[in-house]
Design a binder for this molecule. Sequence first.
Ligand code: SF4
Ligand code: SF4
Length: 60
Amino acid sequence: MHPELDQETCSNCGNCVEICPGEVYQWIGERPEAVDAEECTECGACEEQCPVHAITMVDD
Ligand code: SF4
Ligand code: SF4
């Protein structure tokens, strides 16, 4: 499993960058992106805590 971030829905709140224990997300300019998806431990925190449901866990 790895996260997919829908940039159209994302509000750029930064929650995912802050909470991810695997440091999957990084700011690219003013937008978070899932730049290190291979570091995902599948904890599910980003998907649960995204306020606008922009993150979906998908099968590899
Ligand atoms: S599921 Fe957990 S480890 Fe994977 S990207 Fe989300 S917060 Fe990070
Ligand atoms: S938690 Fe959701 S809305 Fe906030 S920056 Fe991440 S993807 Fe965007």
